[in-house]
Design a protein around this ligand. Structure first.
Ligand code: C2E
Ligand code: CA
Ligand code: CA
Length: 624
């Protein structure tokens, strides 16, 4: 119906050359000439074109017609005003003179001009002639020719800078603290979440310092809230100036609490260094409303790999650590301590965490050699379990064994330790058949009372092929001092099997040797506290402890028990112990608990490799 438009050159769709309509229009069915129709069409076209032209020119929003090569064919004054140019100047300019070419938009645009889509909406910044930018919403529509072929595009451009500014301001307000102008809690959590979500090759680390001013309430109470507020502003300014930059964020979490986020931490040292600096930066007194105010702060520091942690955990731990700093006397920083943290884990949490952790293989057994005091030979090794916790790091058994006992998780855990230890002892036997090295495994009270420990031990020995004489079980006195009955029976059965029984931590409980002598016990392990006194040269304590130990060793020997001393940390202690007649010893002086290959190395090197006053000294992983 509109062949004129269809025939119009793409570069000037508004110019409809009058001569372009056929001079005569015929009836499509009978082909008889239709007089006057061409003239009337011509008129109609002229009117609609001039109406459109008027609308285009007077429109309040910017408009442009753009050809297939992205050049402007026509533009209106509103658009010119937006970008600071005359309409005549805009014509034939390339749109990239105003808009940065952007891949995705370009693709959409191509879809539009190729006719695949009818309309396109974009939010774009236009370049103003003076170098500034204007935020706009642009709607681009396709204009087709009479046959439906894409001809050019019509862009309608709306200036939304004002809305953007308002939106930005609201966004800023929602993310900043109005008093100090620091990022607020919401902003801090957003950035922390982003730090935890960012791409990670497993090596990325994140760190937090939680800062709380000490005694801030007193400032408010004595000098008034106005002074308190000014102090917070001054503190915030100092923190911002010294600690922002390099991707770090200083935020006010509320009240007198601030946080420093290090999204790409280099390690614990970096964070404790920053904490140290935080304290130093705040040390310099603040001049506020005519007052000279000295403030100190407590800082909680958490630093760990991004993998395996969450923002909630980080914040919870930072909070706990800050509390420790306060509790330990304020004006200090404290680094998060997994052991201290684990200690605060609820029983419930631990109970539910222990069993899955066992299934996930988070436990490991370390071995600490028991060394003969006369000849320095490795007689055996005690198995000591560790929890390689993905979040808390390596946890020592003191942190989880007592709770595991309460919850009963000790039963499967203890079984696992037993199996691992016997398998390891069997390997030592294969490699060093003459050494007859035994493994000494701790048994918790509950394992003796609540589980079929006899059947478990028999099963493990059977599976691992370890001769029973190379297994020693360590029980505390309280485990064997119950009412006669089951534990006794169990001990009896184990002893009959050929397994050695040792009383652990001897000297800290009843120390009832007479009673113990009636039980099938083979060895005593003297608690480390006895040996502690041996360190003190010539002191009263040393003399008393030496007498006690000598008497105990003599009595034990008389009852047919061998004696192992624990916690031997230096050569002098080892030498004095040897003089008491004690058989074997265990402690950092000989070796710290470690992986099984260290015990194997000591066995391979033999007693002589050690040197010094006593063989065995400076063994692998030796003195601290
Ligand atoms: P324990 O049986 O008295 O084990 C000796 C503890 O003393 C170990 O602590 C050991 O690392 C530490 N130690 C060794 N040499 C020295 C030294 O020279 N100086 C000092 N100060 N300490 C030394 P660890 O490994 O933390 O074990 C703590 C306790 O946890 C053990 O005390 C034991 O009662 C219990 N435990 C460890 N593993 C197991 C297990 O598999 N099952 C059960 N039921 N309890 C276990
Ligand atoms: Ca033990
Ligand atoms: Ca012990």
């Amino acid at each position: 119906m509109t062949p004129a438009v269809a025939a119009a050159p793409a570069a000037a769709p508004f110019t409809t050359p009058p001569g372009h309509l056929p001079a005569e229009i015929v009836c499509p069915s009978c082909e008889a000439p239709l007089h006057g129709v061409a003239e009337r069409l011509q008129d109609a076209l002229r009117t609609s074109e001039s109406r459109f032209r008027a609308a285009f020119a007077d429109a309040g929003i910017g408009m442009a017609l753009v050809d297939a090569d992205d050049c402007i064919i026509e533009a209106n004054p509103a658009l010119g005003a937006m970008v600071g140019r005359d309409v005549s100047e805009l014509v034939r300019m390339h749109i990239h003179a105003f808009i940065d070419p952007e891949e995705s938009a370009r693709r959409l645009y191509l879809e539009l001009v190729s006719g695949e889509r009818e309309r396109l909406r974009l939010e774009k910044r236009l370049r103003h002639r003076d170098g500034g930018t204007v935020w706009t919403n642009i709607t681009v529509s396709l204009i087709r020719d009479g046959e439906g072929r894409p001809l050019c595009t019509l862009a309608m451009v709306e200036d939304v800078s004002e809305q953007r500014r308002l939106g930005d301001r609201l966004q800023y307000q929602s993310m900043h603290d109005p008093l100090t102008r620091l990022p607020n809690r919401a902003c801090f959590f957003e950035r922390l979440a982003a730090a935890c979500d960012a791409a990670d090759d497993g090596r990325r680390r994140v760190g937090l310092c939680y800062v709380d001013l000490d005694g801030f309430a007193a400032v408010n109470d004595t000098l008034g809230h106005h002074v308190g507020d000014r102090l917070l502003v001054a503190v915030a300014a100092r923190l911002r100036e010294r600690f922002t930059g390099g991707g770090r964020l200083v935020a006010r979490l509320g009240g007198d609490e601030f946080a420093l986020l290090v999204p790409d931490s280099e390690g614990g040292d970096q964070l404790t260094g920053l904490a140290e600096e935080l304290l130093r930066v705040l040390e310099e007194p603040f001049e506020v409303s005519g007052h000279r105010l000295a403030v100190t702060a407590s800082v909680g520091v958490v630093e760990r790999p991004v993998r395996g942690t969450t923002p909630t955990e980080l914040v919870k731990d930072a909070d706990a650590t800050l509390y420790w700093s306060k509790a330990d006397g304020r004006a200090r920083w404290t680094l998060y301590d997994p052991d201290r943290g684990a200690h605060q884990m609820t029983r419930q949490l631990l109970a539910t965490a222990l069993r899955p952790a066992l299934e996930r293989g988070e436990f490991a057994v370390e071995f600490q050699p028991l060394v003969g005091l006369e000849e320095g030979r490795v007689h055996g090794a005690e198995a000591l379990v560790r929890w390689r916790h993905p979040r808390f790091g390596t946890l020592s058994p003191d942190r989880f064994i007592p709770l595991a006992e309460e919850t009963g998780a000790i039963v499967p855990l203890g079984k696992w330790v037993l199996e691992e230890s016997c398998r390891q002892a069997r390997r030592w036997l294969e490699e060093f058949p003459a050494a007859e090295v035994f493994v000494s495994v701790n048994l918790a009270v509950r394992q003796v009372w609540d589980s079929d420990v006899v059947a478990d031990v028999a099963g493990v020995l059977e599976r691992t092929g370890l001769p029973p004489r190379l297994l020693q079980l360590e029980l505390t006195e309280s485990a064997v001092m119950g009412p006669a009955g089951r534990p006794l029976q169990a001990l009896q059965a184990l002893a009959e099997m050929g397994v050695r029984i040792a009383i652990d931590d001897f000297g800290t409980g009843y120390s009832n040797l007479a009673y113990l002598s009636r039980l099938p016990v083979h060895a005593l392990k003297l608690d480390g506290s006895f040996v502690e006194g041996f360190r003190d040269p010539g002191g009263d304590r040393r003399e008393a402890d030496e007498k006690i130990v000598t008497a105990m060793v003599r009595l034990a020997h008389a009852l047919g028990l061998s004696v192992t001393a624990e916690g031997v940390e230096n050569a002098a202690q080892a030498e004095r112990l040897r003089a008491t007649g004690c058989d074997t010893a265990q402690g950092w002086y000989f070796a710290r608990p470690g992986p099984p290959h260290r015990v194997a190395r000591m066995l391979r090197e033999g007693p002589r490799a050690a040197g010094g006053a006593l063989p065995g000294r400076a063994g692998p992983g030796g003195p601290a």
